[in-house]
Each structure stands twice: as structure tokens, then as C-alpha cells.
Design a protein around this ligand. Sequence first.
Ligand code: BYC
Ligand code: FE
Ligand code: FE
Length: 472
Amino acid sequence: MSIDYTQLIPNNVDLASDRRLQRALENWQPRFLDWWKGMGPDGTLNFDVYLRTAVSTDANGWAHFGHVKMPEYRWGIFLADRDPERTIAFGDHKGKPAWQEVPGELRSTLRRLIVTQGDTEPASVEQQRLLGGTAPSLYDLRNLFQVNVEEGRHLWAMVYLLHAYFGRDGREEAEAMLERHSGDPDKPRILGAFNEKTPDWLSFFMFTFFTDRDGKYQLASLAESGFDPLSRTCRFMLTEEAHHMFVGESGVGRIVQRTAELMREHRTDDLRALGAIDLPTIQRYLNFHFSVSLDLFGQEASTNAANYYTQGVKGRFLETRIDDDHVLAGAAYEIEVAEEGRIVRKAVPALHALNERLRTDYVEDCAKGVLRWNKILERAGVAFELKLPHRGFNRRIGAFADRRISPDGKLLSEADWQARVAGWLPTDEDRAYITSLMGPAVVQPGKYAHWIAPPARGINNQAADFEYVRFN
Ligand code: BYC
Ligand code: FE
Ligand code: FE
């Protein structure tokens, strides 16, 4: 179904046919805009930004690009088309038709998952709100804003579900989405990573590479949900998510490339003397963002995850492509745990290990990106390899939370950890150095900050000196 842009709230769910729902959402819309103006990208209300807007939810739906003021971006409700034949692919309800309404007994479970998902979206916009002031180019500034408006739209996606399917509770949860704030001591965002700061562009690129990728995996498993409206909304969100991870991978890649060029040109490791970012610092930022993002998958052994699965609420990554019974009643899965001073593998019921299984899929995906960064170094003749740390490193959630584990997976004493952690996680000095590189935004079309290489090509094939953002 194509998207109706004549409505106050653009949508492809025939919102006009449900007046009550339409009114409720039209009531929420100005609150969202107030939140955007107060907590969204700082000082940008008048900028004209070259943004893409969805025109339909099929593969060609991204055709539309144009300069827009962000508060006028057409945030709306876009669900992938309904497949009337769709059945539930896993769990106790396997083979039954997908639910078009929320089953009463799953109401609070589904609400909780939708709220958790929804909460991350505005959180990330809040975390990134000051980055515009130090953008390394107009190209990067535009990409930041594209990510921000789409995270805003992801909030709309979850708020639609809350309003349409959860009655009064849902409306209250939709309000609360705008009341919790990232890092707020009294009303923080729900998940850990979304209360961290994103103070500089190295952090931003690491965040979009690692944390938005958690989004990809969580959305993909919610896209398997038996609750069809959730599945359909997540499927469309995934197409938006792909750009966010592109921004992260190419952003880190361009920093790595610039670093490698300078190392070769000047035959030195002392990148800081050259005003660029040294590889050990990049590695420490990587270690931080990877470990914080791993926490987002929850406990290795989780009865919550088992229940979500058996109840048909949340599946595995690409559930229908997995060759097994999709019930997993007697199946086992090996997870890593720390026992008697060592990290050992231990078989647990597969149903309880679903968070860990998703985390494993995620780690493999991250590793592919790291491989591509290493190819850049290799091509430049720089002998350095970026590595993902062990999954137990620096964890706050799960079996490794109260352990000290080195990046190469050794259990350490507290004293050993304290003696070595400055080599593994960004230090105050690292952060101060990276902050010092973040000069005033580079706003001349086609120009880039010294510490990052230009991209291989422009957005929507625009010329190198295209004016992605116009300041008014
Ligand atoms: N921080 O049994 P467990 C995105 C809690 S990112 C704080 O493992 P479960 C985006 C947990 O709530 C994708 N608390 O839990 C990216 C539970 O609490 P209770 C976001 C945590 O439910 C970038 C307890 O510990 N989407 O879209 O199996 C930019 C026991 O844990 C954390 C989703 O997360 C944590 N990290 O797993 C913008 C999908 N981890 O019950 C956007 C929806 C666990 O004891 N959420 N806890 O009070 C879920 O599927 C699940 O809630 C989780 C947790 C996978 C997060
Ligand atoms: Fe998102
Ligand atoms: Fe995202």
C-alpha cells in the first residue's frame, strides 16, 4: 500500500478510517515535535538538509531525496505490506495464522518489548544532539541528521503500535517515551548503552556500527513475531537501519584510511603529532562500543527469552531459514561461562540460550566489518590488525558481569585488570585528545576535517562539492 502524504500524519495504514486512533496520534504529534525541538539536534531548526523520505515501503520506496527543514520532515507510520497467508514460524503456536490483534495473555509481554525497542530510538537522538557542532563535513552532517530523523520515525513506529493495540496503557507508555531522557539521573532510558554519551564523531561512528547493529538483530527477531503488525513495522524499519550501519562502517573506515595514509606518508606511529587518530585509540573505542552493545542482548541464559520464543513473540535471526523444528523443546546450545578461574563452554537448553545465539549472529556480522577495516590497513601496507575483544570483556550484563576478562579472553584479578585497563578502554586522556580534534563544523562543501578521508561517493550520487546542508 502506498504512503498517503496528504494526511497530517503520513501513513500506509489507512489511519483516516479510524478516527479515534487518528485523533490520539494527532494529539501525540505536537508533543513529539516539542521533544524534537528541545532534545533533538541542537540549533538546527532552520537548516535545509538533503534527506531521503520514504514514498512507499517496497524496494524502490527510497527514491525521494530533497532539502527539508528537519521539523518539517514527514514522520509517519509505514508498515511493510501484509501477507494474508502469513503463519507463525516458531514456538507453541507454530503454523497458526499470525495474530492481527494482541492475544490477551501476551499483552504485557508485547507491550514491554515494544516499549524497550521504542525507548532506544529517541534515546539515540538525545545522545547525538550536540554532534552537529563539530561535524567533519557537510556530507557527515547530513548523514547524522538522516540517522536522527529516521530514529525519530522508529519512535513513531512503536508509538503507533502502542496507540493502536494497547489502549490507555499504550497511550501512557507513548507519553513516557518523551519523558525519559538519555543519562537523566531520575528518569533514564531503559537500556544501558542508551545512557552513555556520544560526545565525538569517533564515538558516533562506533555507535552506528555497533549499537545500531544491535537494532538490526533485535528488529530482525521482532520481525519474526507472531504479532503481525509488529513484524510488519520491524521489516520496514530494517530497510532504514541499513543506512545507519553504512554510516558507521564507512565512517570508521574513512578514519582508518586517513590514519593509514598519514602513517605511510610520514613513516610514523605518532598520529597525534599529525592531528589524526592513532590505531590503538581506535581499538580502545572499538572495545568500548562493542562491549557496551553486547550487553544489549541480555543474559546468556534467559527464561525471558525462552518464554518470548515459546509464546511466539520474538524469534531468532532469520528464523524461517533455520533448518530445525522451530520449537527447540529438547535441544541444547553451548554458551561460555566463567567457572573456577577459567572460561568454559557449557551446554544449556537451547530455549534459554536464545539471547546468546542472537549475540553470536551479531558478533559474526561485526567481525565482517572489522575485516573490511583491516583490508584498508593491509592495502596501505600498515601492519596493524583491529580486533573484536572477547565477548566477556567489560560486560555489565550476564555471566561475565562481575568478572574481569582481558580482550583475549583471560580471567584476570582485579589488580591485573586495573593495571592494564588503560590499554584496553578509552582513557580520560584519549577522550580529551579526540575531543580536541573535534573543531568547529567543517561547512565548506567538499571539504573534510584533517583526521578523516572523504567518502568514495556522494549520497544519491551527488557531486563531491554538493551542498548537503544549507544554513539559513
Ligand atoms: N540494560 O532475561 P534477560 C536499537 C534486564 S537497539 C539494562 O536477559 P531479556 C537502536 C532485562 O530487562 C535494539 N537492563 O532479559 C540502536 C531483565 O529485566 P527484568 C533495541 C537489561 O528480556 C541504535 C533482566 O535484565 N531493541 O533499536 O531476555 C540507535 C534479565 O535479563 C539489559 C530491543 O532491545 C541492558 N542492556 O533481554 C537507535 C528489543 N539487558 O525482567 C536504536 C526489545 C537485560 O529482570 N528488548 N536487562 O526486570 C528485548 O528483546 C529484551 O528486553 C532484551 C533483554 C534483549 C533487551
Ligand atoms: Fe532505530
Ligand atoms: Fe538505527
